[in-house]
Design a protein around this ligand. Structure first.
Ligand code: FMN
Length: 193
C-alpha cells in the first residue's frame, strides 16, 4: 500500500460533533491525509451516534479522541489531552459545528473533551462549519452565538443553503466537504492536490 508521498509537517485537529453531516467529514479527513497532513480526530459522544470512531481511526491512521479522562499523561506527555490537542494543532476544524457546540464556544463552556479543547485553543486557529436545521439556525440564540464566536476570532465556514436532513430546503446545510478542504489547505499554505 502506498503512503502520501510528501508529508507536509502540518497538524490538523478535526472535531466532529453530533450532526447528520458528520458522515461528510470523513471525506475531509481522508482528503487531508491524502494531502500529507497529520490529522487527529476528536469526537463528541453525540457525534458517535452518527459515525463510529473506527471510521475516523481508519481514515486518519490514528486513535480517535473521545474522552476527557483517557490517557491523561500520555506516553511521554505531561499535559492532559484537551491541552495537548489544542496546543499541538496548527489548525482546528469543528465540523459539523452543532448549535450546541457553537453555544458552548460562545459562552466558554467546557464540559466534554471537544468543548474543553476548544476553550484551551487560540480562537484564531479554529474554523467552524455550522450545520443544522434552518429553525435552529435562525433562532435568535444561535444567531447571537454565531456572532459571538466570530467576534472571538473563530472563522466560520458557511453554513449554506440547500437540501437538509429534515427533508426540506433551507439555510443551515454544512458547506460542501471539498470547499471546507480548500479553506483549510489555503490557511495552511498548501495547494489542493
Ligand atoms: C437525527 C438527528 C440529527 C441531528 N442533526 C443535527 C444537526 O445537523 N445540527 C445540530 O446542531 N444538531 C443536530 N442534532 C441535535 C444534536 O445531536 C444535539 O443538539 C446534541 O446535543 C449535540 O451534541 P454535541 O454538540 O455535543 O455533539 C441532531 C439530532 C438528531 C437525533
Amino acid at each position: 500500500m502506498s503512503q502520501p508521498s510528501v508529508t507536509t509537517q502540518r497538524q490538523v485537529l478535526v472535531c466532529v460533533c453530533g450532526g447528520i453531516a458528520a458522515y461528510k467529514v470523513c471525506h475531509v479527513v481522508s482528503r487531508l491525509v491524502q494531502r500529507g497532513v497529520d490529522v487527529n480526530v476528536a469526537m463528541t459522544a453525540n457525534a458517535r451516534q452518527f459515525v463510529g470512531a473506527a471510521t475516523f481511526e481508519a481514515l486518519s491512521g490514528r486513535p480517535v479522541h473521545t474522552d476527557l479522562w483517557h490517557n491523561l499523561a500520555g506516553e511521554q506527555h505531561q499535559d492532559p489531552p484537551h491541552i495537548r490537542l489544542a496546543r499541538d494543532a496548527d489548525l482546528i476544524v469543528v465540523a459539523p459545528a452543532t448549535a450546541n457546540m457553537i453555544a458552548k464556544m460562545a459562552h466558554g463552556l467546557a464540559d466534554d473533551l471537544v468543548s474543553s479543547l476548544l476553550l484551551a485553543a487560540n480562537p484564531a486557529k479554529v474554523f467552524a462549519a455550522p450545520a443544522m436545521n434552518e429553525g435552529m439556525l435562525q433562532h435568535p440564540a444561535t444567531q447571537r452565538n454565531l456572532a459571538a464566536v466570530a467576534t472571538l476570532g473563530v472563522t466560520l465556514i458557511g453554513p449554506d443553503e440547500g437540501w437538509q436532513a429534515c427533508r426540506t430546503t433551507g439555510k443551515g446545510r454544512m458547506t460542501e466537504p471539498e470547499e471546507i478542504l480548500i479553506t483549510i489547505l489555503q490557511r495552511l499554505g498548501l495547494k489542493p492536490g
